[in-house]
Design a protein around this ligand. Structure first.
Ligand code: 13P
Length: 246
């Protein structure tokens, strides 16, 4: 059995004060959650949120990690820095990073290898554009992202994959539960064929893209879907808690 994992990706939202207010409101609402609950917060919020979630059921995540231990990488952050600040999970290769900041399958792979080596739990994002879906390239794109992004990793089952179709992010347009289930099933088969069948059964694969309290139940009742990576609906305690409760 795979334990579901619901993670909030706050993206570039919430000052420190707002962040503390949000997790403080969230704590009692998710204290009996049957799934793992994670909030992936901006770097500057990390210390305050780490303090605020102490002793609660909320786990702390970041939104990026560099592959080098230290050095001349302006604007980046190392795994040791995140671990020291109390971070447990880290999002890697979000489509916004691929689209706006030149992230590639190769850098996703390097970041993921470092995260695992250091003991961070990576949430690796994959997903196709609308054009790729409409021209029948979804499987080809996902297969490449999985094979390249996870190359050389032997502890595949410790990775969490987030399937986020780019056309569903922030658009209010969710993949249907069937579409998401089928595509996540394809990702699982790709892992079984290219890595190991046992890990494919164990690895948790989330859906992400306009997931909210209204559609979470249907998505979460699908056999292949092990949770969600939530953007907009993670920015209010009640909205996020409603998704966690599904
Ligand atoms: P939305 O839930 O706002 O569509 O964002 C999804 C996402 O990108 C989470 O990483």
């Amino acid at each position: 059995m795979r334990k579901p994992i619901i993670a909030g990706n706050w993206k570039m939202n919430k000052t420190r004060e707002e962040a503390v207010a949000l997790v403080t409101a969230l704590k009692p609402l998710v204290k009996d959650a049957a799934c793992d609950v994670v909030v992936c917060v901006p770097f500057t919020d990390i210390p305050a949120v780490a303090e605020a979630v102490k002793g609660s059921s909320i786990h702390l995540g970041a939104q990026n990690v560099h592959f080098a231990p230290s050095g001349a990488y302006t604007g980046e952050i190392s795994a040791d820095m995140l671990l020291e600040a109390g971070v447990e999970y880290v999002i890697i290769g979000h489509s916004e990073r691929r689209q706006y900041f030149g992230e590639t399958d190769e850098t996703v792979n390097k970041r993921t290898l470092t995260a695992l080596e250091k003991g961070l739990k990576p949430i690796v994002c994959v997903g196709e554009t609308l054009e790729e879906r409409e021209t029948g390239k979804t499987e080809q794109v996902l297969e490449r992202q999985i094979k390249e992004g996870l190359k050389g990793i032997d502890s595949i089952a410790s990775v969490i994959i987030a399937y986020e179709p780019i056309w569903a992010i922030g658009t209010g347009k969710t993949a249907t539960a069937q579409q998401a289930n089928e595509t996540i099933g394809f990702i699982r088969r790709t892992i079984a064929e290219n890595f190991c069948p046992k890990c494919a059964e164990k690895i948790r694969i989330q859906y992400g893209g306009s997931m909210n309290a209204k559609n979470a139940h249907e998505l979460m009742s699908m056999p292949e879907i092990d949770g969600g990576l939530i953007g907009g609906a993670s920015l209010k305690a009640e909205d996020f808690a409603a998704v966690v409760a599904m």
